[in-house]
Ligand binder design. Structure first.
Ligand code: MTE
Length: 305
């Protein structure tokens, strides 16, 4: 299916999503989206002081080190990534390995919109209207057979298309990898995004599908997923492997636990500038404690950062 068409077809009868699309296609600016969002009764709508981060910032200020380390590199270079065809290798400890076509997976899922805050470990944040489906739905559909303890993700790694992976200054042992505990993955907030602002995901945001875990620092939200593995051993994750004293496996947003080189008490809500820094206090679990605090009731969050 033509990728520009897929959202249109996939959302089919969902009135809210069709409304989102209508807004997206005839909108001239952020205001339209604001009225759409506040008219929604859904519990996911943003409330003041959160306003949607303009599409321009969401798609031009990115971290996607496969394409370079500057915030503007992904928008410039990620279009080199071949998105069609896209398959995802699904495997498990002791189980069989299958390749799932992205189109087949998409056809099996019901799409919905989720507006989430995204808090990067670098202390900036955005508010993004994602389009996608709960990770729990995907896991149920993939049907791992056993009760595994972790789910492990890897980003596509095509060296020829990813200039950042060929760079001498690249610190990551590619492919980029991330993982969640299974109860975190099955939590209602864990989401797989296939679009944003009512359209399919731009390459720089992790097309064609990426994880979004809104109560954790942004680096957990792995982009352009090419493999999913169910396992009982806690997997290695990219940033933890690079600097374990700075980046933990859990990476829950926590204003009480500073990064060794900077404070996590505040964040710059984009768009922000020198004269209008838009600095706001960071919330525990990025403000999603009501949904996720229970997952960690027996965990020392200072030790397991
Ligand atoms: N996924 C891959 N494969 N490579 C990356 O460099 N960066 C992470 C995360 N996912 C990254 C990634 C970081 S640090 C953040 S903050 C978010 O993507 C940024 O997502 P955005 O560019 O869509 O805002």
């Amino acid at each position: 299916m033509n990728r520009r068409q897929f959202v249109k077809r996939a959302v089919g009868g969902s009135a809210a999503l069709l409304a989102a699309q209508a807004v997206a296609s005839n909108s001239s600016g952020l205001r339209d989206f604001d009225s759409y969002v506040s008219s929604k009764k859904s519990g996911w709508a943003v409330e003041a002081p959160d306003v949607l981060t303009p599409l321009e910032n969401v798609t031009n200020y990115n971290n996607f080190y496969e394409f370079g380390m500057d915030k503007s590199d992904p928008a410039q270079y990620a279009s080199a990534m071949t998105l069609d065809p896209w398959s995802i290798r699904v495997s498990s400890d002791g189980g069989k390995t299958v390749d799932v076509q992205f189109e087949d997976l998409l056809r099996a899922m019901d799409l919905e919109e989720r507006i989430y805050r995204l808090r990067c470990v670098e202390a900036w944040s955005m508010v993004i209207p994602w389009l996608g489906f709960p990770l729990a739905d995907l896991i149920r559909w993939l049907d791992p057979q056993e009760n595994y303890r972790f789910v492990h993700f890897q980003t596509r790694y095509t060296r020829s298309e990813m200039r950042g992976t060929r760079s001498f200054s690249s610190v990551i042992d590619w492919p980029y990898q991330e993982a969640l505990r299974m109860d975190e993955a099955m939590n209602t907030l864990s989401f797989i995004a296939v679009g944003l602002y009512g359209k399919s995901l731009p390459a720089q945001n992790g097309a064609p599908l990426r994880l979004v875990v809104p109560w954790k620092y942004g680096f957990k939200s792995i982009k352009s997923i090419a493999s999913i593995h169910f396992t009982n051993r806690q997997p290695e994750t990219s940033w933890q492997a690079i600097a374990p004293h700075e980046y933990g496996f859990y990476a829950n947003v926590n204003p009480e636990v500073d990064h060794p080189r900077w404070s996590q008490r505040y964040e710059r809500r984009l768009p922000s500038s020198l004269f209008n820094p838009n600095r706001i206090p960071t919330q525990m679990f990025n403000g999603y404690g009501e949904y996720v605090a229970d997952l960690y009731k027996n965990l020392n969050l200072r030790r397991y950062y």
